[in-house]
Design a protein around this ligand. Structure first.
Ligand code: PHE
Ligand code: CO
Length: 295
């Protein structure tokens, strides 16, 4: 396959990474190699086998409804028929990470950008930029859930507003995305389950986020999350737990402008810290935590 066209490097929540051409492209489905399809199949099977006891039911239901499977990389057009009908979202193929405003504009219009290219066989467990497996398998199933679908659109609109306010507001909002959309946990009758895309698309972190004694697991609180640093170089040190998607949608409904103003004067909470005010599900042993700067 062609190498995606890199237009510049930018400091993002994933570190210093290339930002690609910003337009959307047609998914070049016919050009995927046998190896590309095999990478999808391998990752799909591995997660499909693991996730029934780790991911939330809404995520698992989404996978089923799309009919995703290990028959090669899905065609975006097929998924879009199901998605459009269910919640009015569409996925669009992109070269890779987008500038913030472009990304927010897509979300605000119920379009979810998905990288068209997939990782190589030697990158099954780790890669530094989101690829098709992360974007599609991780993010898209929950877009079939009406409440989560509305939350994602509201986030896009909020992103445009935060972008206009300034970089600190944007950082507060990025932390919210990080600790919910990417690394969120949800409380269920079966115990804590995963809904975050960064976790469900990673075998190692799926097991770690639920089973390990090391990380902290604390109840979701909007200001707390927006003021908490995060790590991009290791599994998360703290996970935030929601009761259900309604809680997330309702908590993020009010105008954030006063929260941004308040947090501009607050000392951020470290990624590994548990506060006296936290609703603690589990205080982690912190075993294996890396030190040094978090974001
Ligand atoms: N209510 C937020 C604001 O005023 C918008 C938002 C909604 C942000 C949902 C994130 C998630 O900026
Ligand atoms: Co992601």
């Amino acid at each position: 396959m062609d190498t995606p066209r890199r237009v510049e490097h930018q400091q993002t929540d994933r570190g210093y990474v290339p930002v690609y051409a910003t337009g959307t492209v047609e998914q070049p489905w016919a050009a995927y190699s046998k190896t590309d399809h095999e990478v999808w199949d391998t990752l799909y099977r591995r997660q499909r086998e693991l996730l029934p006891s780790y991911a939330c039911q809404e995520f698992l239901d989404g996978l089923e409804r799309f009919g995703m499977g290990d028959g090669g990389i899905p065609r975006f057009d097929d998924l879009n028929e199901v998605l459009g009908e269910a919640t009015g979202w569409q996925i669009v193929a992109v070269e890779g990470l987008l500038p913030d405003e472009v990304f927010f504009d897509h979300l605000a219009h119920r379009r979810f950008p998905v990288s068209w290219w997939i990782r190589k066989p030697d990158q099954l467990d780790y890669l530094t930029e989101p690829d098709l497996f992360h974007d599609l398998f991780g993010h898209v199933p929950l877009l079939l859930n009406p409440v989560f679908a509305d939350y994602m659109q509201a986030y896009g609109k909020g992103g445009m507003k935060a972008h206009a306010i300034g970089p600190e507001a944007l950082m507060n909002l990025t932390r919210l995305y990080w600790y919910t959309v990417e690394f969120g946990l949800i409380r269920t009758a079966q115990g804590l389950r995963i809904y975050g895309a960064g976790i469900v698309s990673s075998k190692g972190e799926s097991i770690y986020a639920i089973d390990s004694a090391a990380p902290n697991r604390v109840g979701f609180d909007l200001r707390r999350v927006m003021n908490t640093r995060y790590r991009i170089d290791s599994y998360q040190q703290t996970y935030f737990v929601i009761d259900d998607f309604g809680q997330l949608f309702d908590a993020t409904g009010p105008d954030f402008t006063p929260i941004y103003a308040e947090l501009a004067n607050a000392v951020p909470t470290g990624a590994a810290t548990v506060l006296a005010t936290d609703d603690v599900f589990q205080e982690g042993t912190r075993e294996g935590f890396v030190g040094g700067d978090d974001n």
